[in-house]
Structure formats: structure tokens, C-alpha cells
Design a protein around this ligand. Structure first.
Ligand code: GRF
Length: 218
């Protein structure tokens, strides 16, 4: 069987995209990136893609009259590229329910909190304001409600006494860069299935070993 083909959607610096590019550079990694789409011209992540000779598209949301027209353009580009799985990686647009339904269980996102805590923006500042001791990130299948959907991989990091939002974000981001390639690997290996609205990961007891990762459902 060939490698799973990914489209990665970005809006900014693209460090998670770069983590996926680096993972896919290994010959035994079961996925490859067929297309990178940014809704922002000049997004830093486009350079990571170009350096890796991955095709890129800029599809600017402002060029479309409404969300569904923008999403239709995304869908057409992704469909034409023969993509199996769409990965949101710092993509700062909310996708329409129609797009989410069309890519049901083939659309994943990374979020910088341990969901279901801290959906939405400013996760690190809110976590610090609450005085939590553990922070982290979540890779999950996308559902119509923002930052919900079956959890595939989570990674936890400590919150340290002198943290500010930037320091905590940097620690979580390092965990994101391990969690996203792992989650894509698990999907590409056919080890993730959905039951009762939860993602079950075969072999989850060892999948995150050594990486500090927690895979629910195993
Ligand atoms: C990450 O923190 C990700 O969890 C969130 O947006 C940020 C994107 O960072 N969804 P990058 O563009 O991948 O560096």
C-alpha cells in the first residue's frame, strides 16, 4: 500500500507543518504531504513547503464572497490533489459544517490545550490565569463545533512557577511537534477507529512510550 497523502492547511509560521515534513522525510513514515494550502499569502510555513518541494496553494479567504465559497475552493484544491487526510496546522479559519461533514473522519486538527479544556484562543494565558499545573496539546478529528471531536493523541507538559504565556507556549509547541506526527502515523497505519464518538487507538499502551504522550482509548 502507498503512503497516506496529506493536505496541510496553514495560516502562519508553520512549525507543525515543518514537524510533519521532517517526519515524512523518513522512508518508513507512512504518510507524505501532497499539498500545502495557506489562506494567507506570505505565511512562513509556505517556505518550509517550498524548501521540501511540496506543492503549495494560496487560497485567500478575502477573495471569496462567503465562507461556503471559500470552503468550496479549498475542497476543490484538496480533491484535485488526491488527498486522503486533511491536517489543520495553525489554520485560522473556521470551516463550514458542509466542509467538515464532507471530510468526516478525514480531517484532523492540533490544538494547544488538553481538550476539552480551553477550547478557542489564548489557551496558555487562560491556563496560567487558572493556575493549572499541567498543560499540553491535543490532536483530534474535527467536528462542526470548534475544537471538539474524537481525541487521537494528547501530550502533557508541566506549568512552571515562572511561566508566562510565551514560555508555556514554547514548551507546549515542542510537544505539539511530537504529537502531530505520531497522530498522523497512527491514522496512516490504520490503527485509529471511531466508536461512540471516541477515537480508539490500537496498541495505544505503547504508542506514546518515551514521548510523554497519552493516547486515550487504548
Ligand atoms: C499551534 O500552537 C497550534 O496548536 C495552533 O496554532 C499554532 C500553530 O503554530 N492551532 P505553527 O504555525 O504550526 O507554528
Amino acid at each position: 500500500m502507498g503512503r497516506l497523502s496529506l493536505a496541510v492547511l496553514i495560516s502562519g509560521r508553520g512549525s507543525n507543518l515543518r514537524a510533519l515534513i521532517d517526519a515524512a522525510a523518513a522512508p518508513d513514515y507512512p504518510a507524505e504531504i501532497g499539498l500545502v494550502i495557506s489562506n494567507v499569502a506570505g505565511a512562513g510555513g509556505l517556505e518550509h513547503a517550498a524548501r521540501a518541494r511540496i506543492p503549495t496553494r494560496v487560497i485567500g479567504h478575502r477573495d471569496f464572497p462567503d465562507r461556503s465559497a471559500f470552503d468550496a475552493a479549498l475542497d476543490a484544491a484538496i480533491g484535485a490533489a488526491g488527498v486522503d487526510l486533511v491536517c489543520l496546522a495553525g489554520f485560522m479559519r473556521i470551516l463550514s459544517p458542509g466542509f467538515v461533514a464532507r471530510w468526516h473522519d478525514r480531517l484532523v486538527n492540533i490544538h494547544p490545550s488538553l481538550l476539552p479544556a480551553y477550547r478557542g484562543l489564548d489557551t496558555h494565558a487562560r491556563a496560567l490565569a487558572d493556575g493549572v499545573r499541567i498543560a499540553g496539546c491535543t490532536v483530534h478529528f474535527v467536528r462542526a463545533d470548534v475544537d471538539t471531536g474524537p481525541i487521537i493523541v494528547q501530550a502533557a507538559v508541566p506549568v512552571l512557577p515562572d511561566d508566562d504565556a510565551d514560555r508555556l507556549a514554547a514548551r507546549v509547541l515542542a510537544a505539539e511537534h511530537r504529537a502531530y506526527p505520531l497522530a498522523v502515523r497512527l491514522i496512516a497505519e490504520g490503527r485509529v477507529r471511531i466508536a461512540d464518538g471516541r477515537a480508539i487507538v490500537d496498541g495505544a499502551a505503547w504508542a506514546g512510550a518515551g514521548a510523554g504522550l497519552l493516547n486515550p482509548g487504548g
